[in-house]
Design a protein around this ligand. Sequence first.
Ligand code: NDP
Ligand SMILES: N[C@@H](CC=O)C(=O)O
Length: 328
Amino acid sequence: MATIKAAILGFGTVGQGIYHILKERKQELLEKLGVELEVAKILVTDASKERVQNTLHLMTESIEDVLAEPGLHVVFEAIVNEEPAFSYLKRAVEHKCHVITANKVMFAKRGQELEQLAKEHGVGVGYEASVAGGVPVIKTLKNILLVNNAQRIQGILNGTTNFILTKMRIENVPFEEALSEAQRLGYAEADPYNDVSGQDAFKKLMILSSLAFGEQPNWAEIEVIGVDTISQTDMEAANLQNLRYRHVAEIERLADGTLVGKVTPLLVDNVHPLYSIDDVNNAVTVDTDYIGTITLVGPGAGMYPTASVMVEDYAAIMLKGVGQAVSI
Ligand SMILES: NC(=O)C1=CN([C@@H]2O[C@H](COP(=O)(O)OP(=O)(O)OC[C@H]3O[C@@H](n4cnc5c(N)ncnc54)[C@H](OP(=O)(O)O)[C@@H]3O)[C@@H](O)[C@H]2O)C=CC1
Ligand SMILES: N[C@@H](CC=O)C(=O)O
């Protein structure tokens, strides 16, 4: 039986989730993939801090140390921001490792470059977790857009803001209190500005745009408005009219070929498809020419939903081969 070595970059909510799942599903992965997956290195900024029992010996603060691990086969990246994440994954790819990322800030900007590099080196890139947490929107789009053309994508792409809006509406708690709860539950970004300002949903929308339309619009032309402008008074007024606030990201290809998009709070009525999407859930609706409209719904953030789709990405690369795992 072959043992395959994995490294985890970042050991917060998502990185720890990957570690737990690889441990908990060791036997199932062995049966399904025919290999034993062993976490050989974990990269953090402070290697002296023990986050999970019996992992101190795996910790390092150096990417050189990670890449020096003999037989390293896959790198799971769950750190934050474009850099050093992109440079680390670039080096991992050049090292002939498959790379799996949850980092939408990096992937929105450098994803296409990373995929090209991976192709040249014959390794796979998984990025399901970078959009809508546990909702399998990336693999669904890859599967249906071989024949169908996407016309429009609309959705709730941020779990934290949907959680906040739901708590404010149902429990009448102030914005700040709902945000603290989202942070405690591991939904919010290290800097929650990205969630509440709409920047996190915007990056996810750009990743979907690359996949669905083969390109991204000019970022400067996309209007991005966060939920931090919504007060409890606004929420009460909406409630009285049986309307609900949703933070909606959308992008559409116009007849002249132009891509137009926006990220903004929207008041929806009870016949709108996003009306019933509460809590940390996300929803993504895709209009296509042949299938028509499909909607995917599920947890948009959190340790296990996010980490599990990263492990699924790796399993898919192992089972189907690199050609099918990388983006179309
Ligand atoms: N939380 C969620 O539900 C989801 C998160 N994501 C994405 O996954 C990524 C990780 O998120 P999350 O786990 O919540 O974040 P956390 O803040 O919980 O954890 C981040 C981890 O990355 C480490 N880290 C940060 N910068 C560096 C660096 N330069 N070098 C080495 N390690 C570094 C931190 O180390 P240290 O502990 O030493 O500070 C920490 O362990 C982000 O890109 C996020 O957008 C995607 C989908 C869902
Ligand atoms: N902070 C993000 C985490 C997942 O991408 C969110 O709340 O959606």
